[in-house]
Design a protein around this ligand. Sequence first.
Ligand code: PLP
Length: 454
Amino acid sequence: MKNTRKFELTEKEMPTQWYNIHADMPNKTLPPLHPGTGLPLGPQDLVGLFPMELIKQEVSMEPFIDIPEEVLEIYKIWRPSPLIRARNLEKLLNTPAKIYYKNESVSPPGSHKPNTAVPQAYYNYKEGIKRITTETGAGQWGSALAFAAQFFGIEVKVFMVKVSYNQKPYRKSMMNVWGADVTPSPSPYTETGRKILAEDPDCPGNLGIAISEAVEMAAKDPGTKYSLGSVLNHVLMHQTIIGEEALKQFEKAQDYPDIVIGCFGGGSNFAGISFPFLRGNLRNGNKTRCIAVEPTSCPKLTRGKFMYDFGDSVGLTPLIPMFTLGHDFMPPKIHAGGLRYHGAGAIVSQLLKDKIIEAASVNQLESFDAGIKFARTEGIIPAPESTHAIAQVIKEAEKCRIEGTEKTILFNLSGHGLIDLGAYDQYFGGLLHDYETTDEEIRESLQKLEKIAV
Ligand SMILES: *Cc1c(COP(=O)(O)O)cnc(C)c1O
């Protein structure tokens, strides 16, 4: 056991249930509200957009939900993912801490996102849906959904933010290989898109517009549904396969984490790695610290406010009770595109409010520096998003060195950076810098929200 690096599970040992932390939370989330009426949302309000099974999961209070056999079969293409002891990084940091990471970069699209894309595609297929629309920024979510949907013969229509469509051609190529149709957004195919293009034919697009286009197209066609890659309760739950595997792998390692760390965009990979360990805290009084790490340039958890806000920047989605910077807060164009989101999922927000989880923030340069340390010791080039988790791990490991404490740290390597190498080039060229978001900017953005405050 002494020098073991990799703790693997066989296919037979793979967990067969997702964990729904909502069942164990001392305070449940506040209900989402209808964007038009301001009244609590009923399941009926969602049937146009999501299949019934996902709506049920969204509001479920069952602690465990069976993973369908068909989903497990596809998971097996890359799961169980390995748990790895980062011995070389430990050596570099000269720390008594033990550092482990769960390697979610081994999925074919290269991130944790297919953990939810596969079940979402499956439940749509079961309910006879022929087409799914979605939006994507840099293309991580779009490529995961394209990969997943082809197994079930579902057509995928991706609205990709136009700047990214032009600047990041390779994820678009991946989506095309997996059979998805990718349209730069704003597009001429929706009312939203046409209206924006009429005013500004060169509009570079943003995620809010792309969401509006995808939602509009799904709402207008009964055979088409919409799919979201983070934030929602059912999405976070699907990701718990990560932490459930890690629990079993720690048994093999005869160890248990004192600290669990994940980077944070809307909350899905952080939830995936941490919720199963939080179960140990909530049910058995364990004291594992779970830390969500965001970029300092988009600090909704550390400097935002807990209130109702829209999930998109246009104001079409339900109002969600969350930590937010305000839905039209425009985060600087950092390279961790997956972390440039104004809000946080309702469950993680409630957990943070109740101090059951912690939050930290990391600057862009610090995160790239950490990513390069990791690549040069452990070999894997991390996604710019994942480097935020690594930077926090390094801070905690250095604390252990100074204090002489031998803590066990686990983090989620949410993806690899092989399609983000341009960002590393810019880092080496000295072209990246840190952003300071001022209190004034945050206050201004939140002030606009007070009007709809509930
Ligand atoms: C999308 C993405 C994230 C951020 O999204 P979460 O829902 O917060 O997990 C982080 N890492 C990678 C690699 C991603 O693709």
